[in-house]
Write a new protein. Structure first.
Length: 93
């Protein structure tokens, strides 16, 4: 089931509801429900670990991020606005 979060949309230029879902290929996505801009994570998701608003290095502002563990066992933080995906250098246990 998809979640709805409010975060900035690059195309709309304002806070909009975004549908958060996992694609059939196993990748985390953020879809703006207003304009249809869809960004995806760089790795397949094993499990979601949480979320928070934090500074995005690519966006230059505070954006909604989702923490997940990839199928390879790495920690990732996925920006729901731009799709930037920051991953750990080591696997987690």
């Amino acid at each position: 089931m998809a979640d709805i979060v409010y975060t900035h949309c690059r195309r709309c230029g304002k806070e909009m509801p975004h549908e958060i879902y996992v694609s059939s290929g196993g990748y985390l996505h953020s879809l703006c429900t207003e304009c249809g801009k869809d960004v995806g994570a760089s790795e397949r998701v094993d499990r979601r670990e949480g979320s928070m608003n934090r500074e995005c290095g690519s966006e230059g502002g505070t954006r909604y991020h989702i923490k997940y563990i990839s199928t390879g066992g790495y920690i990732h933080w996925f920006c729901c606005t731009c799709g930037k995906d920051v991953g750990s250098s080591e696997r987690v246990r």
